[in-house]
Design a protein around this ligand. Structure first.
Ligand code: SF4
Ligand code: SF4
Length: 297
């Protein structure tokens, strides 16, 4: 995974097989399987929850972090379930949790406490949910404004979160495998610099979400919002000019998040930017964010 992408976007969403041509590996598999089943006389549909289905089919088992694991491969897998109108021979279900009994690394490492006991996760605290469950989302609706109490814990994640999979011993063989650089990801990497996401253009949004990513966010403003929080958590003074510029954005959501990030980074330059914007800001929401930010800086 190129450096620009690491710790910002969940690996699953960068599995370039999910995108449109020229790299439709994952999509092609679905299409071929559906064609095969249809040719066998099956009607094919969607709608089953994938992880329980895969476990009942004996293809995967569970980890305490709630992910589906394939033995010998780990949890960085993509599970797809189809419904057909034919009865097949049943496989032996694999509903067990195949983790070492004493291991709690995923629970201990979850930055927000979303994962609070084996197989129990509160999605409303999960970074992944809060990053991509947005108003108008293609898959799952969520809040416009990221909860204040979660922002620091979100770290630099812009879309998804891999922490509870990254620490997992069952994934280490794959994560540590020496692989040649992925030319396509390297080609896309430049678009994942946080300042570029903060100033994301329609062209970049279209490139990222059509060419590469399985994307639930329907409006680029939420990528921009998340990037502002990530820049704040990265804490570099180098981000202050870009965030100061974002405080002039016509979208109050971006201005508010940029204010929070400036407060989080702190320092005299960030403070000056906040104070000068406070005097001319008209949005009550942004004024509140600036005051919170000034109290932090
Ligand atoms: S994805 Fe991240 S925030 Fe969500 S449960 Fe796992 S470690 Fe916690
Ligand atoms: S970190 Fe440990 S407990 Fe969590 S899923 Fe991996 S092996 Fe299981």
């Amino acid at each position: 995974m190129p450096e620009e992408m690491t710790g910002k976007v969940g690996r699953y969403y960068l599995s370039w097989g999910s995108g449109n041509p020229p790299y439709p590996i994952h999509r092609a598999r679905n299409v071929l399987l559906i064609e095969f089943l249809t040719n066998q006389g099956c009607r094919v549909g969607w709608g089953l929850p994938s992880r329980p289905s895969a476990a009942r089919a004996g293809v995967t088992n569970y980890g305490k972090n709630c992910f589906a694991f394939v033995e010998g491969i780990g949890s960085f897998v993509s599970v797809v379930s189809l419904v057909i109108d034919k009865e097949l021979e049943y496989d032996t279900p694999a509903l067990d949790v195949n983790c070492p009994e004493e291991c709690t690394l995923c629970i201990d490492s979850c930055p927000t406490g979303a994962l609070y006991e084996p197989l129990r996760m509160n999605p409303h605290l999960c970074i992944a949910y809060n990053a991509y469950a947005t108003p108008g989302s293609i898959a799952i609706e969520g809040p416009e404004v990221l909860p204040l109490e979660l922002r620091e814990s979100m770290g630099t994640w812009v879309y998804g979160c891999d922490v509870c999979q990254q620490v997992c011993p069952r994934n280490q063989a794959k994560l540590k495998a020496e692989l040649p650089p992925n030319a396509f990801l390297e080609y896309m990497a430049d678009d994942f610099q946080l300042e570029k996401i903060l100033n994301m253009t329609d062209e970049q949004f279209s490139k990222v979400s059509n060419l590469l990513m399985m994307n639930y966010i329907s409006d680029k403003r939420y990528f921009r919002r998340n990037a502002a929080v990530s820049l704040g958590n990265q804490g570099s003074q180098e981000a202050v000019p870009a965030l100061t510029e974002a405080m002039q954005d016509p979208d109050e959501l971006i201005r508010g998040r940029a204010a929070w990030a400036l407060g989080r980074i702190g320092g005299s330059q960030a403070k000056r930017a906040l104070e000068s914007n406070l005097s001319r800001e008209t949005s009550e929401y942004v004024i509140g964010e600036i005051k919170t930010a000034l109290a932090m800086s």
